[in-house]
Design a protein around this ligand. Structure first.
Ligand SMILES: [Zn+2]
Length: 196
């Protein structure tokens, strides 16, 4: 998963990212470092979706990916309002990292671009692949609201779903801490959607 880019290139993307106001704070540098540590990727591109969500990506994000992220957040905000949650319902509140997919297909051969992440609380469960698991997405931080997903070249509906699902954890963290705690750990069963 780790790649070895020349140092000069690394310095260049650091300048790119830290040059933007949204990643200027120490807090945001921590979030970037965590996203890199989870994925083993380097996030060279910094863009916004048409609706204003912050996106950091390994490769230049396609229009299809950016539109899918906006659709997923739109669905998330709608279902959050239905549940009477009011905090963090703005596109600009969200930072989404688009990582390289570590696999393209799942164990059954179906298209499933996913990232490989450390097994942690999933160790020994059905998810465990031996120290790591494949995940469609993963929460990186709560302030700013940040998660990582895998890059897709098709099946953008899946991207919208993953955005909505990872966003559910963030919405619950900020709006309903008890429900957040009950639904955070999928190794104990339960999945998405949480909000209906
Ligand atoms: Zn989840």
């Amino acid at each position: 998963m780790r790649n070895n880019k020349p140092f000069s290139l690394a310095a260049m993307f650091l300048a790119l990212l830290f040059g933007s106001a949204s990643l200027a704070s120490a807090q945001n540098r921590q979030v970037l470092a965590k996203a890199e540590s989870i994925t083993g990727d380097r996030f060279t591109y910094s863009v916004r979706t048409p609706n204003g969500a912050n996106v950091y990506a390994v490769n230049r994000p396609s229009a299809g990916m950016l539109a899918a992220i906006d659709r997923g957040l739109t669905e998330l905000f709608a279902v959050a309002r239905k549940n009477r949650y009011s905090k963090n319902l703005n596109f600009a509140d969200y930072s989404i990292f688009i990582a390289k997919a570590d696999r393209q297909k799942d164990g059954q051969g179906a298209d499933s671009p996913d990232i490989a992440v450390g097994a942690a609380q999933y160790a020994g469960s059905d998810y465990d692949q031996g120290g790591y698991i494949y995940a469609a997405g993963m929460v990186v931080a709560f302030n700013p609201l940040t998660f990582v997903i895998a890059d897709h070249t098709k099946n953008f509906q899946r991207v919208s779903d993953v955005v909505r699902f990872e966003g559910e954890h963030l919405i619950l963290f900020h709006n309903d801490r008890r429900r957040y705690s009950r639904t955070i750990d999928h190794s104990q069963g339960g999945g998405h959607p949480i909000l209906k």
